[in-house]
Every structure is written in C-alpha cells, then in structure tokens.
Design a protein around this ligand. Structure first.
Ligand code: PLP
Length: 366
C-alpha cells in the first residue's frame, strides 16, 4: 500500500531533533506558552517575511480568531470559495457572519477574481482566498479589488506554508494569514496547531489576547476570549521541523514535476500553476470525468489516493439553510466530481511513484 502521506518516514529522517525538542519541553515543564512558543513564533514570522506570527490551537482557531480580530460579527459577510476544507466556511459562520461563496478558476481551483466584485455588497467585511493545494490564489487581482472596496484580505494559507506569489511567501500576500499545523500539512506538528501571521500590530495583539482568555496580564481579562493557545511541545516540534520545510517543499515540487512528465498525454489533467506562483503541492491533484471508477481501481491496486474535496461547502448539510442548491457554483461542483489526490510527500521513492503512475494509467485505459 502506498499511503497518501507518510508521517513516519518524515519522523524517521529527523528523529533525534524531534525527540530532543520534546524532551527539552518536558525537562523545562514549559507546556503552555513560554519560550518554546515565542521562539517558534519569531522563527515562523521571519520565515514568512512578516512582522508577527501568533501561535494558536489549530488552523480553524487561526481563521476564527483572525476574523474576530477584524471585528467581523453577525450581519457581516465574508467572501470565500466553496471548494475548500469545511473549516474555511465554518470559521466565518462561527463568528456569526455569512459566508458568501465565489466560484473557482477551473485551472488553479482558487477563487476566480473575475467573479469577485459582483459578490461584494454593503455587508462585505473581508475577503478570504484559499491557497488551495499549496498554490497561492491570484493575489494581485484579489488585492486590487479588495483595496478599491477598503476590505481586508485574510489568506487561508493552511495548505501553503512556503509557497510564493511573485517571490513573496504566503502569509504576506494579504492583510493577515491563517496557517494550520495539522500533522499532514506541509509544516505539521504532532497534534493540533495553527498561527495567524500579519504585519498589523493591532491584529496580532487582538489574536494574542483572544487566544488566551482575553488576558491583558496574569490576572486581568480585558474581554471574553478563548482557550486557543498553541502548546509548548507542538511549538518545539514545529521549531525543529521549520529548517527542513524548504527542502521538503522542494522534494514535493520535484516529485510533482515527475508526475507531470509521466502523466503527460494521458486522460488525467495534471495541475497547472500561475507563472507568478511557486506552489508547494500540499496535495497533488489530477482530474478525470471518470473519477469514481478511476479512484476505485487505483485504490484496489494499493494506491492510497483521496479526494479533496468531494462536496463543495454550499452543498454540505450544515449549509442547507443558505439555500444554494446544485448548479450554484458549477466550476466547484464539477471539480468536486472529477478530482483525485495522488500520494505525494518528500520522502516518497520514485519506485513508489512509478507504481502510482502505472496504476493510474491502467485505470484510465480501462
Ligand atoms: C487544514 C485546513 C484548515 C483547518 O486547519 P485545522 O488545523 O485542521 O483546524 C482550514 N483551511 C484549510 C484550507 C485547510 O486545509
């Protein structure tokens, strides 16, 4: 069986660094906040090229706290795409705002800027593009429209650690950005974790307060907040892994290019990226109209392929009340029917990749 991702192979390659980091936290009993967290925050902010990174308990809480930091509340609207992980829409709904979906570009799977302006109303308070599968959205076009309407752009960068747009890293492409360190993300911890990255001092301060019960100091609470802190062991693991991120992303890009060469001329449409982006292939996604049969066949051949994502957000049971039926966002719906995520991780052997390609070719020829 070839897995979609192999977290054990990555751990085996850096075991002493990880074990040492975890032991150090235990020896110092620095379990909550403290130096491990602030050291990682400084390192991750520097890596992104931003002023602040604020560690939080997950990517979902990063999105939620960032939206709160911009005072987004009931009655407000936040624009995003329906072709994303559920948490993007969920965070918007959790602050009481309404997610307004804009369909995607069929080539990049990211928010189509040509459809953006028509979705802006007097209630719009933010735009949340998703850098899906590790490719930054078309940020110049999105930022130009956002700027004209005075709206902050909050990146959902949960799949895009280290990716660039015109040489700038995800995390610095809008007003603020939200990262997830879920274990299988390009930079993942050994549990849940996330961060809000921003140059905005006010937003950083608000997230720092909100993640820790609205604290202004040890005993005073300026507002009602949350228990959404990043813990010390996760921060220490992330700090140990961060120096390897560029190599891992380069490994993913090399294997992605190899998939592209080997699958050229087949019925599988391979990923394309905007020339101004350098993607990090959080997922390597191909598409074919015969998706379900193809997926079944390659899974039967031992390929741990997956689907990201089979149900667009507007068709999720939780969003039935939005009354956005099938046909509302045709490009997202078609993608949801056609995409397959192939195994890809930096440690993957070429022989394993050859097996995936052979299984896919034979499934497509059937
Ligand atoms: C993973 C992910 C999230 C949520 O992150 P968690 O850490 O799992 O809460 C949000 N948005 C996108 C696009 C993601 O891929």
């Amino acid at each position: 069986m070839i897995p979609l991702v192999d977290l054990k192979a990555q751990y085996d390659s850096i075991r002493p660094e990880i074990d040492g980091a975890i032991q150090r936290v235990i020896d110092n009993t620095a379990f909550i906040m403290g130096k491990e967290v602030s050291d990682f925050e400084a390192a991750f902010a520097a890596y992104c090229g931003a002023k602040h990174a604020v560690g939080v308990s997950s990517g979902t809480s990063a999105l939620f706290l960032a939206l709160l930091a911009y005072d987004i509340r009931p009655g407000d609207e936040v624009i995003t795409t329906p072709f994303t992980f559920f948490a993007t829409g969920e965070a918007i709904s959790q602050v009481g705002a309404r997610p307004i979906f804009v369909d995607i570009d069929p080539i990049t799977y990211n928010l189509d800027p040509n459809l953006l302006e028509a979705a802006i109303t007097s209630h719009t308070r933010a735009i949340m593009p998703v850098h899906l599968f590790g490719q930054p959205a078309n940020m110049d076009a999105i930022n130009e429209i956002a700027c004209r309407h005075g709206l902050p752009v909050i990146e959902d960068a949960a799949q895009a650690h280290g990716s660039t747009y015109k040489g700038k890293r995800a995390g610095t492409l809008g007003a603020s950005a939200c990262f997830s360190f879920y274990p299988s993300k390009n930079l993942g911890c050994y549990g849940d974790g996330g961060a809000v990255v921003t140059d905005d001092d006010h937003v950083a301060d608000r997230v720092r307060s909100l993640r820790d019960h609205g604290r202004i100091n040890k005993y005073e609470h300026g507002e009602l907040g949350y228990g959404h802190r990043l813990d010390g062991i996760q921060a220490a693991i992330l700090a140990a892994k961060l120096p390897h991120l560029d190599d891992w992303n380069a490994g993913r890009r090399r294997l992605a290019a190899r998939y592209g060469e080997q699958l050229a001329g087949t019925a599988a449409v391979t990923p394309q990226h905007l020339p101004e982006t350098e993607p990090v292939y959080h997922c390597y996604v191909v598409r074919t109209p015969k998706r379900d049969a193809t997926l079944k066949s390659i899974q039967a051949a031992g390929v741990g392929a997956g689907v990201h994502y089979p149900i667009p957000l507007h068709l999720q049971p939780a969003y039935r009340h939005l009354e956005l039926g099938p046909g509302s966002f045709p490009i997202s719906e078609q993608a949801a029917h056609e995409v397959i995520t192939l195994p890809l991780y930096a440690e993957m052997a070429e022989a394993q990749q050859d097996e995936v390609v052979a299984a896919l070719k034979s499934a497509l020829a059937a």
